[in-house]
Design a protein around this ligand. Structure first.
Ligand code: PMP
Length: 355
């Protein structure tokens, strides 16, 4: 009999799941509701014909890194690109985390930090947010000075709360760390401030970005980090050779030609976010303000999973966060198109009435 015997860390874990239910309106994974522009699709069909498919890709992703670097006013040596920001996070943890080291998160936050940290053998230390899910600089100081983590994560705006972190929280991290601080800016375009401008070769700060949200390319799987040169060099050592395929490099370059169209879409999402926020606030729910493309809310007098089920029955899928630690009773909705959002608000108001 074959006996499978994965590493202890794997045995203790369940993996990362987002329930997918086949309903017409899916507002559960914080994607863009819009398809990429037609111009990008045309460019991609040309790229398919011009890629040298029999050759390995440019391992250093030279052109792509140069283009992204220009966008942020940094050098290409400050940019590392990977298959989604999840892979960026994984590579950071491979290079800086691992056995015998600690990784700090401030919960609740994006689950993949602790998941990947554990899979790669590090010990996770969890800082706590307040009951209203905000984070105090004193808590940051406590965790960083007590545990000296090699990597500290700050998700800004934070997923799943949507809250924008005050700058002093990042300053507190940089003041009290002896390791690296990673600011995950997957949703930065919907927010009010970014730490990208703070990145320098002298500061242990890395800022991750993704093409999955604003750039409508979740299916392409591209993300990157703006980081000190030394850190990028370390990531290049940790990552697999040729991890970024030639098609993806070219298709991503093409996507960067459509940034201004994407910025208009961000404005549409923000205005819909304001509409949904006001509408949920007027219902029997507690709602968190959001600097992101999703909103966290808690029905006051109905059980969250019941509300979730009733909404699924009316064809609308949101994220049920109610079983996640520190998020009892909470649901999270991604901002969709005007029509999707209206359907969501209708389904929520019915579900809260028990229908
Ligand atoms: N960071 C955060 C905070 C996210 O919410 C997500 C996507 N759910 C990611 C990173 C991963 O994004 P990507 O598609 O770039 O891997």
């Amino acid at each position: 009999m074959t006996s499978f015997n994965p590493r202890e860390q794997i045995q203790a874990m369940t993996g990362y799941h987002s329930a997918q239910v086949d309903v017409p309106i899916r507002l559960n994974t914080n994607e863009s509701p819009f398809a990429p522009p037609d111009g990008w699709l045309d460019a991609v069909s040309d790229i398919v014909r011009t890629v040298q498919w029999n050759r390995y890709p440019d391992r250093a992703a030279t052109e792509l890194r140069a283009t992204i670097a220009k966008r942020h006013g940094v050098s290409p040596e400050n940019i590392f690109v990977a298959n989604g920001s999840n892979e960026v996070i994984q590579t950071i943890l491979l290079a800086y985390g691992g056995a015998g080291r600690r990784v700090a998160t401030f919960e609740p936050t994006y689950q993949m930090y602790s998941q990947i940290a554990r899979v790669t053998g590090a010990e996770v230390v969890e800082g706590e947010r307040n009951a209203d899910l905000t984070l105090d600089p004193q808590e940051i100081k406590r965790v960083l000075t007590s545990y000296s983590p090699a990597v500290t994560f700050l998700c800004n705006p934070n997923n799943p709360t949507g809250l924008i972190e005050p700058r002093e929280n990042l300053e507190a991290m940089l003041a009290h760390t002896s390791g690296v601080v990673v600011v995950d800016e997957a949703y930065a375009e919907f927010s009010e401030w970014s730490a990208v401008d703070m990145v320098s070769d002298e500061l242990p700060l890395a800022v991750t970005r993704t093409f999955s949200k604003t750039l409508s390319l979740a299916a392409l799987r591209v993300g990157y980090v703006v980081a000190p040169r030394q850190m990028v060099a370390d990531l290049e050592i940790a990552v697999l050779p040729y991890h970024l395929d030639a098609f993806k490099q070219a298709a991503t370059m093409a996507a960067l030609g459509f940034v201004s169209e994407m910025e208009q879409r961000v404005e549409a999402i923000k205005s819909e976010r304001a509409r949904i926020f006001a509408a949920i606030s007027a219902m029997d729910c507690e709602v968190w303000s959001s600097g992101s493309n999703f909103i966290l809310f808690r029905p006051r007098s109905s059980e969250a999973t019941e509300v979730w089920k009733r909404m699924v029955a009316s064809g609308v899928l949101v994220r049920d966060c109610s079983s996640w630690p520190r998020l009892a009773g909470c649901l999270r909705v991604t901002v969709g198109t005007v029509e999707e959002n209206s359907a969501f608000l209708g389904a929520l108001s019915h579900a809260l009435l028990g229908q």
